[in-house]
Design a protein around this ligand. Structure first.
Ligand SMILES: *Cc1c(COP(=O)(O)O)cnc(C)c1O
Length: 373
């Protein structure tokens, strides 16, 4: 049983075939349509790129962040968040995790604000959005920009009922193969800030000024200007085709499937000894992963699951312990403690109720034998 997977059906295959038939594989009107449909769904401005990491990288550059600057980020995240920060020349400053949610600990972040702090990058861990108001207050109090790593949280709602991506400073999504929707590979920068969108639109096409508009209207100019360092980060029509199909299926299929599975896991496991679940509102959150905390002997349970054909993951190895990012002063005991307990169970729309019951039985049996020891 796979931990996570892409769900691809006739709709995706149909659109990709249309793209192939047109023999225009680059960035054209499928990308424009994907961008427009995302924009309608999120009720905000959108620029799509070829990965979530590229989205974070360009969003940071668009904010003017670079060498000498610091960005506050939770150590408990995918290394992509860190790589995007260091790619700009800025330094990621590792912050503690809250044990109950896996979110960035804003009190710890507050202690780490310094004269070079330019931004805070909260990660909506597992799909559960970091409290919007607290992040807004943090931004106002410390005069820093907010770049949300919303790679896990496509479709989730804030507590105020607004979609993740609908409100806030700059929000970045990933559409890689296993995220809540996929475009094969892909990502998006979402914001109401026109200057950011303009910067990203140019920077994704090697910095060629207004090339996005020219490609969408089929009038690429052979004479152009470049005003900034650019990157080859644009999306192809093939990927956008997959993304369009996934976005159409999201509300009715993927969203409810993920919510139902996560709700059931929670109900089945929350009373189990030695196991703790992360509490969240499964009517509002569209969970990307289902991590649990195994209070003791996590690795033993993981081996037992794998032996019975069930993939189990660990999200994530703390970034402050990676050779490239570790700093002598980093002491993050909560993140380290959480890391020792985390175990991610299979969660994707094709996990069945039977699959879940099997997983839960293995976990229950493990807890029972463990209690007898
Ligand atoms: C997937 C992911 C990313 C990066 O997205 P890619 O599309 O894989 O580049 C960034 N942050 C987090 C937390 C992720 O899970």
């Amino acid at each position: 049983m796979r931990l996570s997977k892409s769900i691809i059906g006739d709709k995706e295959k149909g659109i990709v075939q249309d793209v192939l038939k047109e023999e225009y594989l680059g960035m054209g009107h499928y990308v424009q349509k994907f961008e427009n449909n995302l924009s309608l769904y999120l009720n905000n401005k959108v620029s799509v790129v070829n990965s979530g990491t590229a989205a974070l990288h360009l969003a940071l550059l668009a904010m003017g962040i670079g060498k000498g600057d610091e960005v506050l980020v939770p150590s408990l995240t995918y290394v992509a968040s860190y790589q995007a920060i260091s790619a700009t020349g800025a330094t990621p400053v590792s912050c503690e995790a809250i044990l109950e949610s896996g979110h960035i600990d804003l009190d710890d972040a507050k202690r780490k604000v310094g004269p070079n702090t330019k931004a805070l990058m909260p990660v909506h861990y597992a799909g559960n959005p970091v409290d919007f108001e607290s992040v807004q207050n943090f931004s106002n109090q410390h005069n820093v920009r907010i770049i949300e790593d919303a790679a896990h949280a496509f479709g989730s709602l804030h507590r105020n009922g607004k979609k993740v991506g609908e409100v806030g400073d700059v929000i970045c999504f990933s559409f890689d193969g296993i995220k809540n929707i996929t475009s094969g590979e892909g990502g998006a920068v979402v914001t109401s800030d026109k200057a950011i969108i303009q910067f990203v639109n140019d920077a994704r096409l090697l910095g060629v000024h207004k090339d996005s508009d020219a490609r969408y209207s089929g009038n690429r100019s052979w004479e152009f200007d470049v005003q900034d360092q650019g990157f080859r980060y644009h999306m192809s029509n093939i990927f956008a085709g997959i993304g369009l199909a996934q976005l159409e299926r999201f509300e009715l299929e993927f969203k409810s499937a993920r919510q139902t599975l996560a709700r059931q896991y929670f109900e089945l496991l929350n009373a189990t000894p030695n196991i703790e679940c992360f509490a969240m509102d499964f009517d509002q959150v569209v969970p990307h992963i289902f991590p649990i905390k195994v209070l003791k002997n996590r690795d033993q349970l993981r081996v037992q699951l794998i032996e019975q054909g069930i993939e189990a993951g660990i999200h994530y190895f703390p970034n402050h312990r990676l050779s490239f990012y570790k700093k002598p002063n980093d002491v993050l005991p909560n993140t380290d403690a959480l890391y020792d307990q985390l175990l991610t169970l299979p969660l994707h729309p094709e996990v069945t109720r039977e699959d879940q019951l099997k997983i839960v039985e293995i976990i229950n049996e493990f807890s029972r034998s463990f209690k007898l020891e």
